[in-house]
Write a protein that binds this ligand. Structure first.
Ligand code: ATP
Ligand code: MG
Length: 329
C-alpha cells in the first residue's frame, strides 16, 4: 500500500481546503478517516454529521477497493484467511501462552483485569520486551507503544527484564515509546493519533495501562455514569478499529476493586462494566494466590475457560519454578 493511495486528496471531492482542515484536526490519511468514524470526524472538524458521514463512507469504499479493509459482506473463507494473518506475541511465560493459545493476538484487544499487585503492569512491561525478540522465539521483531495513565512505567524494569532474559537492554529500551496521558481527553487524543505512529515506527503492540483509571477518577457519582460509559465505549472502539486496521496487538489493563466501592457496584466486577467487557476480544482475570498469581480466561470466543499459575520475578512474568509444581498453591 503506497502513501499516495492513502492520501486524503486521493478521495473524490476532497481538495486542499478539506484535507488541510482534516490534517489540522489530526486526521492524516484515508485510514485515519475510516478508523475514527463520522461522529468523531464531525466533532474534531466542526462539520455537520452528514458531511462527516459522507467522507467516512468514501474512505471505507476506497479502503475496500485497495484491499485494506473488509467488504461489508465477506465470505467465511475470506474471514478465515484474514484470521490466518493474525500474529502472536509470547508473554515470556509458557503457562500464560498456553492459556492464550500461543500468546497475545494482533487484530484484537486483550484485557487483563485484577486487583492491585496482581501483575498487570509487570505483564505489560514483559510484553514490551517480548514483542521485540525474533519470530522463531515467539516475538514479532517489532516495537511497542506504552500508554501510561498511572505513571507506573519504569524503564529500569525493562532493563531488568531484558537483561535477565539475555537481551541487550539499550536496544530493548529503544524499541519502546512511552506516552503519558494526563487525563481521559488526553488519553483519547493519543489513541486517535496512534495510526500514523504505528505505521511509521514498526509498532506491533500497544499497551494501555490502565485504560479506565482516568475515567474512574473523572466521572464520579451516578449522574455522570452514562457519560462515562459512552466515552469509554468510544475510546475502546477506537482501539479495536486501530487493532484491526493496522494488524497490531492491543493490551489494556483494568483494575478490580478489592474493597467495596459505592460508585461502581459489584466489587468483583472490573470497572467499566459491560461496555468494557463487550469490546475486548479476550479478557483475562488475574489474582493473587500467596506468592503465585493465577490467570483465568473469561468469555473468549474460542479459548476454553480455564486457569493457569504464573509468578512475578526479575524476568517479569514467568512460569513457577519446577519444584512448586503440584504443590498446594
Ligand atoms: N523485580 C521484581 N521481582 C519480583 N517481583 C516483582 C518485581 N517487581 C515487581 N514485582 C511484583 O509485582 C507486584 C506489582 O505488580 P503490578 O505492579 O504488575 O500490579 P498491578 O496489577 O499493575 O497493580 P495496580 O492495579 O496497582 O496497577 C509487586 O507486588 C511485586 O510482587
Ligand atoms: Mg499497574
Amino acid at each position: 500500500m503506497s502513501k499516495e493511495e492513502l492520501d486524503l486528496e486521493s478521495l473524490e471531492g476532497v481538495g486542499t481546503v478539506t484535507s488541510q482542515k482534516l490534517k489540522d484536526s489530526g486526521v492524516r490519511s484515508v485510514l485515519d478517516l475510516a478508523v475514527r468514524g463520522p461522529s468523531e470526524i464531525a466533532e474534531v472538524t466542526g462539520w455537520d454529521l452528514g458531511k462527516a458521514t459522507d467522507l467516512c463512507n468514501r474512505a471505507r469504499i476506497k479502503l475496500v477497493e485497495i484491499g485494506k479493509l473488509e467488504k461489508d459482506f465477506v465470505s467465511a473463507s475470506d474471514l478465515y484467511k484474514k484470521r490466518q494473518a493474525v500474529e502472536r506475541v509470547t508473554t515470556g511465560c509458557k503457562n500464560l501462552d498456553d492459556l492464550l493459545a500461543g500468546g497475545i493476538e494482533t487484530q484484537a484487544i486483550t484485557e487483563f483485569y485484577g486487583e492491585f499487585g496482581s501483575g498487570k503492569t509487570q505483564l505489560c512491561h514483559t510484553l514490551c520486551v517480548m514483542v521485540q525478540i525474533p519470530r522463531e522465539r515467539g516475538g514479532l521483531e517489532s516495537n511497542a507503544v506504552y500508554l501510561d495513565t498511572e505513571n507506573t512505567f519504569r524503564p529500569e524494569r525493562i532493563v531488568g527484564i531484558a537483561e535477565s532474559r539475555g537481551l541487550d537492554s539499550e536496544t530493548t529500551l529503544q524499541g519502546i515509546t512511552v506516552a503519558k496521558a494526563y487525563n481521559s481527553a488526553h488519553q483519547e487524543l493519543i489513541i486517535s493519533e496512534l495510526g500514523e505512529y504505528i505505521e511509521t515506527n514498526h509498532i506491533k503492540l500497544v499497551i494501555v495501562d490502565s485504560a479506565v483509571a482516568h475515567y474512574r477518577a473523572e466521572f464520579l457519582g451516578r449522574g455522570t455514569l452514562a457519560e462515562r460509559q459512552q466515552r469509554l465505549n468510544r475510546m475502546l472502539h477506537l482501539l479495536l478499529r486501530t487493532a484491526e486496521a493496522h494488524n497490531v496487538a492491543i493490551v489494556f489493563t483494568n483494575q478490580v476493586q478489592s474493597t467495596p466501592d459505592v460508585f461502581f457496584g459489584d466489587p468483583s466486577k472490573p470497572t467499566g462494566g459491560h461496555v468494557v467487557g463487550h469490546t475486548s476480544t479476550y479478557r483475562i482475570y488475574l489474582r493473587k494466590a500467596g506468592k503465585n498469581r493465577i490467570a483465568r480466561m473469561v468469555d473468549s470466543p474460542y479459548h476454553p475457560e480455564r486457569e493457569v499459575v504464573f509468578v512475578l520475578n526479575e524476568k517479569g512474568v514467568d512460569d513457577p519454578p519446577p519444584e512448586t509444581v503440584g504443590r498446594k498453591k
